[in-house]
Design a protein around this ligand. Structure first.
Ligand code: COA
Length: 158
């Protein structure tokens, strides 16, 4: 069984993330979406809320599992017996950081490799911070996030 892990903060999940999830889930038997539970960052949504939101928007994809994790990604991948870590590349600016992360993760856990998906062009400008900023200023976020989540995100700023 080929297991992949797609890690991230997902605070909140965007259509760009969902695009990577849909495309990468076709290449593995099981795609585990790993939600980083990092108390050092101050997320808008708790890890439980982020897991719940991702489960809601991926409910129609059969081979998806959503879990939060703490600590090292390579360690999480080892525990889950994952062969690959999936990452999205939006622009050249992502490359240097991603290269370093892929190399560190492979050094820590040599059984794990990272594969990259170039994000679809319509989402190349997207990030969770952009979504939060637009929502904070009461802008329309419906083309940035899955429609089921719009009200829930807007409610955080009411
Ligand atoms: N579409 C839209 N947005 C995307 C995207 C896509 N396809 N891919 C990434 N993004 C956005 C994210 O929403 C995030 O936005 P934000 O900064 O506004 O919140 C930004 O791009 C950065 O994303 P990413 O690089 O995935 O960061 P992350 O915080 O979501 O996840 C981890 C990073 C979890 C993979 C990484 O921190 C990690 O592995 N941590 C565990 C500790 C560890 O093992 N470290 C490595 C060894 S030292």
């Amino acid at each position: 069984m080929r297991i992949g892990i797609y890690p991230g903060s997902f605070d909140p999940i965007t259509l760009g993330h969902l695009d990577v999830i849909k495309r990468s889930s076709r290449l593995v038997d099981l795609l585990i979406i790993g939600v980083l539970n990092n108390s050092g960052k101050h997320p808008l949504f708790t890890a439980e809320e982020r897991v719940e939101m991702i489960k809601e928007v991926t409910r129609n994809i059969e081979n998806i599992q959503v879990e939060s994790f703490r600590g090292l990604l390579a360690e999480f991948a080892r525990i889950k017996k994952a062969a690959v870590i999936v990452r999205g590349l939006r622009a050249i600016t992502d490359f240097e950081y991603e290269l370093q992360m892929a190399q560190i993760n492979h050094k820590i856990e040599s059984e794990v490799d990272t594969i990259f998906f170039t994000t679809s062009v319509e989402y190349s400008y997207l990030s969770s911070s952009v979504v939060k900023e637009v929502a904070f200023h009461k802008g329309d976020i419906s083309s940035f996030v899955p429609i089921e989540l719009v009200e829930r995100i807007e409610a955080k700023y009411e």
